[in-house]
Design a protein around this ligand. Structure first.
Ligand code: PEP
Ligand code: MG
Length: 591
């Protein structure tokens, strides 16, 4: 039966595919397709893993039977019996075989997929005792996965997701492996998202998350349709259901009828055509109708993204979120050499164009590692994140600064510092940069010059521009956090997402004043938050005097199109009127 679920639209476009439900805790399990000739090997891998666990349990049973009731209570023996029974469960075994032979899932993926299906059945059981057996099932699957470690089959070379055929109505009957898959999860951390960057998924849906949560940001950078904040979606959708993700409207349609499917198939093709049309603007300079030049830069997460940025026509990197090099490593941080190589790769990848490397911004919804998620503090978004974290660990900070300064010997580097608010933080930051230079000098290691920039993302910073302009060469407005902190709403929390308003007069005032002040003093200023890539706001930002926008590469051409259609001189008085209106959104709509 068709039904729809409403969430938040975070990444545009339409995806149609089969649902792959993944529990957050199983995100680190490899997901890939195997070649058809490897099916038997893959099934044997699961069998070998399962047999190893069965042997382990038999051995345990033997030692338990040799113990007295004090050392080994009766419940333990009963528990081992349950584990054995679950391991031999026909539904588990036949399900795993199905995913491997019919869908060519790798063994680990097949096993966790079947686990999700059975776990859900346990959730629905009336009997509390039986319901609790779900934990046992999870435990034994965990043990089988462990036993299978190090025996993976090769990944099959299947068609990359972007090149797969556009789904047609008849796909509903098509059970081949080469159909798009969409990921459905309760939550995805930004680090999980990175794992999926080169993945086979054509779109994704999460129950939680706000519009500018970092998970949503990475989804946009992957340029795949996504909906977050879909509440109970991961409970309502079943493994393998057909789903449509409408990333423009924030709607998920489950089990669509053929009419709906045809309608969305059409919309999907329209989107592809529109993208194709935009490609014509790739080499057109971003200049307004009245001759104002605009700089379009890219936001990137990994050094490899530099190639994507260039391909999208970016004239540099306006924001390299370096924290993605630090995440998902169980707390082991990259050393100076590893960081240097990563920054150098990004710098060389941009072939002489400027690369703005932001010092690490972990904390809040970007924990270093899932196991290190900051639950200890009541309000991590207001806690030890970004520059506060760096200044609290000078050795780590100096390591990063040295790596960035060394990379600057290979191209144009701009060093950007996140979340500054206090004069003391600015002084300490500058002192650390000086110290990093002195350390390299002392060791005779080559390094290059860098322009220094600060992010304006705390209202206090936007209201202390004199201080910032005195110490920095350029400013970059981080509107994602600026909105979060100005309006006191958690950007990652879907329950307050409706209050996340880039057009709130207070937000616009802070953005406008920062642009005006920088322009008056001849200092570079850009916007690198999500506002920069929102084509609904391009004209307003141009009218407020902005001439440098940094965004996901996928947005660049659409924003360029807006710029080419704009007359900056006429936009200025209009933008002032919008800025001064009681309800700027209404004022914009009225003109
Ligand atoms: C911002 O806050 O607008 C920004 C660009 O930084 P991040 O989204 O990484 O916090
Ligand atoms: Mg920020």
């Amino acid at each position: 039966m068709t039904f729809s679920i409403h969430g938040l639209a975070v990444s545009r476009g339409v995806a149609i595919g089969r649902a792959v439900l993944v529990a957050s805790s199983r995100m680190d399990v490899a997901h890939y397709f195997i070649a058809a000739q490897d099916v038997d090997t893959e099934i044997s891998r699961v069998r070998a893993g399962r047999d190893a666990v069965i042997d382990e349990i038999h051995r345990l049973q033997e030692s338990v039977s040799n113990m007295g009731p004090k050392e080994a209570p009766q419940e333990l023996a009963a528990l081992l019996d349950v584990h054995l029974m679950l391991l031999q469960d026909e539904e588990l075994i036949s399900g795993v075989k199905h995913w491997i032979s019919d869908r060519l899932y790798n063994a680990e993926w097949a096993l966790t997929t079947q686990l999700e299906i059975i776990a859900r059945q346990f959730d629905e059981m009336e009997d509390a005792y039986l319901r609790e057996r779900k934990a046992d099932l999870e435990q034994i699957v965990e043990r089988v996965l462990r036993a299978m470690k190090g025996t993976a089959s090769p990944i099959a070379a299947l068609t990359p997701r972007a090149e797969r055929k556009s789904p047609q109505q008849d796909l509903l009957l098509d059970d081949t492996v080469d159909v798009p898959l969409v990921l459905v999860a309760h939550d995805l951390s930004p680090a999980d998202m990175l794992q999926f960057k080169q993945s086979l998924f054509a779109g994704f849906i999460t129950d939680v998350g706000g519009k500018t949560s970092h998970t949503a940001i990475v989804a946009r950078s992957m340029d795949i349709p996504a909906v977050v904040g879909a509440r109970t979606c991961s409970q309502l959708v079943r493994q393998d259901d057909w789903v449509i993700i409408d990333g423009d409207a924030g709607v998920v349609i489950v089990d669509p009828s053929s009419i709906i499917l045809a309608e969305y198939g059409f919309k999907q093709r329209q989107g592809e055509l529109e993208r194709g049309r935009l490609q014509r603007l790739l080499h057109t300079p971003a200049v307004t109708m009245d001759g104002e030049k605009v700089q379009l830069l890219a936001n990137i997460e990994m050094p490899e993204d530099a190639a994507v940025a260039l391909k999208a026509g970016a004239l540099g990197v306006g924001l390299f979120r370096s924290e993605f090099l630090f995440m998902g490593r169980q707390g082991r941080l990259p050393d100076e050499e590893e960081q240097f190589q990563a920054y150098k790769k990004a710098v060389e990848g941009m072939h002489g164009l400027p690369v703005t490397i932001r010092t690490v911004d972990v904390g809040a919804d970007k924990p270093l590692d899932e196991t290190l998620r900051d639950d200890a503090h009541l309000n991590p978004a207001l806690g030890l994140r970004a520059i506060r974290w760096s200044l609290a660990d000078p050795a780590m900070f100096l390591t990063q600064l040295r790596a960035i300064l060394r990379a600057a010997a290979f191209g144009q580097v701009r060093l950007l510092v996140p979340m500054l608010a206090h004069a003391i933080e600015i002084r300490q930051t500058l002192a650390h940069i000086e110290q990093a230079r002195a350390m390299l000098d002392h060791k005779g290691v080559a390094f290059g010059p860098v322009k220094l920039g600060a992010m304006i993302e705390i209202p206090a910073a936007a209201l202390s521009l004199k201080l910032f302009l005195k110490h920095f060469d350029f400013l970059s407005i981080g509107t994602n956090d600026l909105i979060q902190y100005t309006l006191a709403i958690d950007r990652a929390d879907e329950s307050v997402a409706h209050l996340y308003d880039p057009l709130h007069p207070a937000v616009l005032r802070l953005v406008a004043d920062t642009i005006t002040e920088c322009n008056a003093q001849g200092k570079d200023v850009s916007v690198c938050g999500e506002m920069a890539g929102d084509i609904g706001l391009t004209k307003l930002l141009l009218g407020l005097g902005l001439r440098s926008f940094s965004m996901h590469p996928a947005q660049i051409l659409a924003v360029k199109q807006e710029i080419l259609r704009s007359d900056a001189s006429r936009l200025q008085p209009w933008a002032i009127r919008v800025l001064e209106a009681e309800d700027p959104a209404l004022a914009m709509a009225a003109t």
